[in-house]
Design a protein around this ligand. Structure first.
Ligand SMILES: [Zn+2]
Length: 462
């Protein structure tokens, strides 16, 4: 099966060129003038006026995921179709711990659960109930293609691990070349602030944000950085929401430490005033939405390399459930927002079209850097001969309006309802197959492949 993409502008982390692309099977076979192959091509796509971008890699998803007694609204089928429609061709999802099961058994369980996935998929294995024996599973995970784990410094009595456990785990992950993802918020102090607000009758959704101030995000980031540095382990701080937290990453990077930061579209395009709306529970996620001035700082961080990636933290719960459980008490609202489908378009709109970041930065933060940090580069993350043909064909001259009514996400609302974004995704290709056109999934069922990821290298150039 041969596909030619003509007349587009190819965008990578290294810049842009006007060139045609030849895809042979699942990989990119040629870039440049390829007129001689036209007769033998099965499909020719005209990308006139469009950008051809590397497929989005979302390393922060919670499909089919348990949070307390609830499960996220998207499973691997609906979530991956929404991802594909929105320009995402690879995801890394979190596992859940199952009591009495080893970390390796968790992975095996999740590999089964991931089989219906329609985009390529891998897993970060979560550790929330640390015991020494778990360290023996880490080399086995690596052998099975898992080069990352996840630790939480918040959600006391649910996911939170203590500093000693973090240190012991990171000593091992550092040795093995496993990336540690950390949710950096000080869970102990947050518990106190939540309890105080509830005691004082301050139960409105905005108190969700006021119970989790940026100081506690920055403090936890600082602590995680110090611990990872002592353990000589690379560290990836997920969902950086505030300038204060980002400053900790900038300082660590300036000292040459192996620290990387991710932010999410919700922190770039939404703010604390959304929590003050009558439907504020829709916007409850952790870390919480911040004061608006943080947004421009985060964009600057993406532009100058302080922040390395965009992740969605897609963790959808129906608005009906959020209201039923926590409509009158912010502390009972299931945390998370639906984000997998619109992340790419929203970052393209506010970032590229509104001139906050360059096209090559967009390619870097949505694809190249996540591929490098999580052991997938150069199979994924760029447009080069021999790389998987994971591509997004984006028409920057067109606009569309985001709405729950037209989304593929299996959830009853969209945080960007009514927002007009510049840039329409015409085609999404995954390993050479067109899997989405104009916002609808068009690929085969269960076509995703498990991503067997490589160890993280010590001298990574982002
Ligand atoms: Zn998350």
């Amino acid at each position: 099966m041969k596909t030619i993409i003509q007349n587009g502008t190819i965008i990578t982390e290294a810049g842009s060129i006007q060139a045609d692309l030849l895809i042979d099977g699942e990989q990119i076979a040629a870039i440049g003038s390829i007129t001689g192959d036209q007769a033998s091509a099965d499909t020719i796509i005209d990308a006139k006026g469009c950008y051809i971008l590397p497929g989005g890699i979302d390393v922060h998803t919670h499909l089919d995921w348990n949070f307390a007694d609830l499960k996220t609204a998207d499973d691997f089928v609906t979530g991956s179709k929404a991802a594909a429609a929105g320009g995402i061709t690879s995801i890394i999802n979190f596992t859940n711990r199952r009591e009495g099961q080893s970390l390796y058994e968790d992975l095996l369980e999740w590999k089964e659960r991931g089989k219906p996935c329609n985009v390529d998929y891998g897993f970060h294995v979560i550790i929330n109930d640390y015991n020494e024996q778990m360290l023996e599973d880490l080399p086995k995970l690596l052998e099975a293609g898992v080069s990352s784990i996840k630790l939480f410094m918040a959600y006391k009595d649910v996911f939170q691990v203590d500093d000693g456990a973090m240190f012991e785990i990171m000593k091992e992950t550092g040795k093995l070349g496993i990336m540690t993802n950390v949710h950096a918020e000080n869970g102990d102090v947050i518990e106190q602030l939540i309890a105080r607000h509830i005691r004082e009758g301050k139960t409105d959704q905005v108190y969700h944000s006021l119970s989790r101030p940026a100081e506690l995000e920055a403090e936890a980031a600082h602590r995680a950085i110090a611990i990872s540095d002592l353990a000589d382990a690379p560290l990836y701080i997920v969902h950086v929401s505030s300038a204060l937290c980002m400053d900790e990453i900038a300082a660590a990077k300036a000292m040459g430490k192996k620290i990387y930061g991710e932010t999410c579209p919700q922190y770039l395009a939404l703010d604390i005033t959304d929590l003050e709306k009558p439907d504020g529970s829709k916007y409850v996620c952790s870390p919480p939405l911040r004061e608006k001035w943080n947004q421009e700082k985060l964009w600057e961080g993406l532009s100058n390399g302080t922040l390395s990636t965009i992740g969605s933290d897609h963790s959808p719960f129906h608005y009906a459930d959020k209201e039923r459980l926590g409509g009158n008490d912010f502390s009972k609202v299931p945390n998370g927002v639906p984000m997998i489908e619109d992340q790419y378009a929203v970052v393209f709109h506010h970032g590229v079209m509104e001139e906050r970041i360059s096209l090559d930065t967009f390619a870097r933060i949505t694809s190249t850097n996540p591929a490098k940090l999580f052991g997938m580069y150069p199979q994924k993350g760029t447009i080069a001969i021999g790389s998987d043909a994971d591509l997004v064909i984006m028409d920057p001259s067109q606009s569309r309006v985001i709405s729950e009514a037209t989304q593929q996400q299996n959830v009853d609302y969209n945080v960007f309802e009514g927002k007009e974004v510049k840039g329409v995704i015409r085609y999404v290709l995954s390993r050479g197959e067109v899997i989405a056109q104009n916002g609808a999934y068009t690929g085969q069922e269960s076509r995703g492949k498990y991503l067997h990821r490589l160890p993280v290298s010590d001298n990574m150039k982002l």
